[in-house]
Ligand binder design. Structure first.
Ligand code: FAD
Ligand code: NAD
Length: 467
């Protein structure tokens, strides 16, 4: 039987970082992956494809130049699904190649097939051709990720009614689309297709969208979406989705209202991919959304040699945090010291426009009863913004009045997901408003917005009283 120190099930962000970390600590490591290529949801159907699609859409539409040349400006007049796919395939090939090379040079072994437990130390892997291989593991990391939630009442057909994996395979860019679910996936795709001039309606059962974000940022974002004619229907549940004889889809809401669109994207969450792992054999049980419970500091499950990391353990379900979780789990599993995950991590939403956030929202600061002051900068106040033709974009920082420390940074607009890291560093290094007031920033940059927002808050907070 094949014997390994550390067996990782799944080669997404959590699995790959865990495998390489354990290999670097001198362990004999195996990665089992049931997909045809390594990389997981992140590389093949999630993070990288959606971000590549976004970049392609923005480039081909000339989106970033429209501030100067008007809403009708386009770099390429007719954008078809092949245009969108071409760049995607090249990017994915690069990603897989880099990952394969990392595994090879770190002596991480690989096995293609679906893993299931025989007992807590033994996994059986079923290869595509039906061959069964048993492997024995000192420790196991379950990094199996998630798959789209597909309720029975939605008539998925892979062409007009799609989940977020299938949207990458479309044959034509639709003229109209209904997106069900205003979570991160729904909103990212809704705004990308809207940038491609698809008429988009978003339906969400709750009264708000993205409610983990600072309210002021969501309001600014929603204003921008409505301003370009996206329809946001909140507080409404979808009763049924039907295919019309014309091939179009009719979406009927519980209040009786209905709407017709060429395409429906169902993006109402994801479920852990644990159903085929035969968890009973190792003494674990998943919750009703297929997720596993772990110790949040070590990612160890209730079975001592089995760890779980990444989306299968639930919030925050990001590629970025999954990588860190995988590395921490691997270190703990092989007995190496591991740091605790940092308190504040950034969240990047690659909608059009981008949103990014780190730390407390204004609502959270209020709930905690912390006296605070906000500083706000509009990108249109920065010289870089003028050069780029930006007429929107907002950076908001929240400072404690008592300690003067930065408590949260929230950005909507061009470059938000990169800009947030300045705020993240100051936040985690416990910096104060003085950092922004006393330091010089490159000019002209969008980062100057930090200076402007810092001064905005500082003017109202009053100067630091020197002892
Ligand atoms: C559309 C979309 C966009 C996203 N955008 C972002 C983003 O911009 N930024 C961000 O940080 N995050 C983003 N995410 C989230 C990110 O993709 C996930 O957080 C990340 O992929 C989770 O990594 P993971 O390691 O848990 O597993 P996954 O990437 O989900 O990979 C799990 C792997 O395990 C394999 N597997 C499952 N079961 C078995 C089995 N029994 N045997 C063998 N192999 C198995 C699967 O085939 C898969 O390859 C996005 C997700 C989606 C869906
Ligand atoms: N940029 C990023 O970092 C990024 C991008 C995409 C996805 N992700 C991750 O992927 C995960 C999954 O994203 P998601 O958007 O699928 O899930 P989600 O759980 O974040 O959002 C699902 C949305 O659908 C709504 N909903 C639930 N049931 C519904 C129903 N029956 N009908 C209509 N709407 C319904 C929910 O109210 C919610 O707003 C997230 O946790 C996110 O962290 C991250």
């Amino acid at each position: 039987m094949n014997q390994y120190d550390f067996v990782v099930v799944g080669s997404g962000p959590a699995g790959r970082r865990a495998a390489i970390q354990a290999a670097k600590l001198g362990k004999k490591v195996l990665v089992i992956e049931k997909g045809t290529r390594v990389g997981g949801v992140s590389v093949h159907t999630g993070t990288i494809p959606s971000k590549t699609l976004r970049e392609t859409a923005l480039n081909l539409t000339g989106w970033r130049e429209r501030g100067f040349y008007g809403r009708s400006y386009r770099v390429k007049q007719e954008i078809n699904a092949d245009d969108l796919r071409r760049r995607l395939l090249i990017t994915l090939d690069h990603e897989v190649d880099v990952l394969e090379h990392q595994f090879a040079r770190n002596r991480v072994s690989q096995l293609r097939g679906a893993a299931r437990f025989i007992d807590p130390h033994t996994l059986e892997v079923e290869k595509d051709d039906g061959e069964l291989i048993r492997v024995h593991a000192g420790a196991v990391l379950l990094a199996v990720g998630t798959k789209p939630y597909r309720p029975a009442h939605i008539p998925f057909d892979g062409e007009a009614v799609l989940d977020s994996d299938e949207i990458l395979e479309i044959k034509e860019v639709p003229r109209s689309m209904v997106v069900i679910g205003a979570g991160v996936i729904g909103i990212e795709y809704a705004t990308i297709f809207s940038a491609l001039d698809t008429a988009v309606t978003v339906i969400e059962p709750r009264d708000t969208m993205l409610d983990f974000l600072d309210k002021e940022i969501v309001e600014d974002f929603a204003y921008q979406l409505r301003d370009r004619n996206m329809k946001l229907v909140f507080g409404q549940t979808v009763e049924k989705v039907e295919k019309e004889p014309t091939g179009k889809c009719r979406v009927t809401l519980q209040n009786g209202r209905s709407m017709i669109a060429e395409m429906v994207l169902f993006a109402a969450g994801r479920v852990g991919a644990t159903d085929s792992l035969n968890l009973e054999a190792c003494g674990l049980e998943a919750d009703n959304r297929g997720r596993l419970k772990v110790n949040p500091d070590t990612f160890q499950t209730s079975v001592s040699n089995i760890y779980a990391a990444g989306d299968v353990v639930g919030f925050p379900s990001l590629a970025s945090t999954s990588m860190e979780q995988g590395r921490i789990a691997a270190r703990h599993a092989v007995g190496a010291p591991a740091h605790e995950p940092p308190q504040y991590f950034p969240y990047g939403i690659y909608a059009v426009p981008e949103i990014s956030t780190c730390g407390l929202t204004e609502e959270e600061v209020q709930q905690r009863g912390i006296p605070y002051e906000c500083g706000v900068a509009h990108f249109r106040e920065t010289s870089r913004g003028h050069i780029m033709g930006l007429d929107s974009g907002l950076l908001k920082m929240i400072f404690s009045l008592k300690t003067r420390r930065l408590l949260g940074v929230h950005i909507v607009g061009e470059g938000a997901t990169e800009l947030v890291h300045i705020g993240q560093a100051v936040l985690n290094l416990k910096g104060t408003v003085e950092y922004f007031v006393e330091n010089t920033f490159n000019y002209p940059t969008l980062a100057e917005a930090y200076k402007i927002a810092g001064l905005d808050a500082w003017n109202r907070m009053g100067e630091l009283k020197k002892e």
